[in-house]
Design a protein around this ligand. Structure first.
Ligand code: SAH
Length: 214
């Protein structure tokens, strides 16, 4: 792996310990975060901060989510290897790489062309081969539906109907909902096809916006 040094590994181990003190428990999530070189998903000028538990700016005015948030959403998703997962908001590709590392078949959508192009190149360099699509997350990815898991990594004004329609029976969707700040919601599609929704605390994400053809 390019420029992943023992000191980075050491910093990752510390980050994993911190996430445990914050309540993250699932070994597969901790293992993925302990393995993935987060500093290589960010501008090199932020390298020294990459293993702090903080969100950071990436291209096109967007952010790489805070490690705790990535861990929290990944844990709430309850993935198993081989599951088909849809992510809305590829951003830096870090969250998608965590799920990929956990054995999921990840499809990820990003609406900003500039960021999409940069991240696609970075993922190639790092060798994280998940499916990336440039498009509007509100529409989901009908050609690959249904999904067993959906994760939204931008703040949605409400739960998009089209994403609900792309959930298989038993599927889980983790989505932050709200303007300004968001409530993390877990949506489960029950055996009879109905949906149940549970709340999991307040978070802050960049907004989920409509399509933008740039
Ligand atoms: N998962 C990312 C977090 C990036 S921030 C990571 O690990 O780095 C959220 C991203 O959602 C931004 O890149 C933003 O451009 C994107 N986004 C916002 N609205 C969107 C939409 N409607 N469809 C797809 N992506 C969207």
């Amino acid at each position: 792996m390019l420029n992943d040094l023992p000191r980075h590994k050491g910093q990752r181990n510390k980050l994993v310990k911190l996430l445990i003190t914050k309540g993250i428990r699932q070994p597969e999530v901790l293992k993925a975060i302990g393995k993935i070189p987060r500093h290589l998903f960010m501008d090199s000028s932020f390298e020294d901060f990459a293993y702090q538990d903080k969100a950071f700016p990436i291209a096109a005015g967007q952010t790489i989510s805070q490690p705790y948030t990535v861990a929290f959403q990944s844990e709430l998703l309850q993935v198993k290897p081989g599951m088909k997962v849809l992510e809305i908001g590829t951003g830096s590709g870090y969250q998608a790489s965590v799920l990929h590392e956990m054995g999921c078949k990840v499809h990820s959508i990003e609406r900003q062309k500039e960021l999409f192009d940069i991240t696609r190149q970075t993922m190639r360099k790092l060798g994280y081969y998940f499916d990336m699509k440039f498009g509007d997350g509100f529409a989901g990815l009908p050609s690959f539906a249904p999904f067993e898991r959906i994760i939204v990594t931008c703040g949605a004004p409400k739960i998009p109907e089209k994403l609900l329609a792309q959930m298989s029976i038993g599927a889980r969707m983790v989505i932050p909902v709200g303007e300004g700040s968001q409530v993390m919601k877990l949506v489960i599609r029950d055996a009879d096809g109905s949906f149940s929704v549970e709340d999991f605390g307040d978070f802050r994400f960049v907004p989920m916006l409509g399509s933008k053809n740039v």
